[in-house]
Design a protein around this ligand. Sequence first.
Ligand code: MN
Length: 135
Amino acid sequence: MELTTPTPTVKGPEKNFTGDVYVNPIKKPAEPSRLIASIVRFTPGARTNWHSHALGQTLYCTDGAGLVVNRDGTVIRLTPGDTVWTPPGEEHWHGAGIDCMMSHIAMLEGTDTGDGATWLEPVTDEQYKQANQNS
Ligand code: MN
């Protein structure tokens, strides 16, 4: 058995996020397990860049309200207790609502070369506004 106590909160890097996002790792990859998990807290209006995950990603909302959006314009509204799966390679973003916080646990499997995430361009204010109107 191995206990991991909470590690310091890190700020989501500006190259991958818009707005203030705070990340606490829960589980780092350790062979033979490939599980990576973290709790991510988005402040109002904050969101990831567009991105995809090589082996997909499971998001479990623990607090607040937010959204997950893909390239075909599908918007899934997230509230506590909801789980969203994004399939391997599907480009998407996730974040808080305009005027509320949102926290989720992000779970994914790492690859031989890292966490398998491919980071793309920021979500524009227009894209963000549009997604909120459509949810
Ligand atoms: Mn994702």
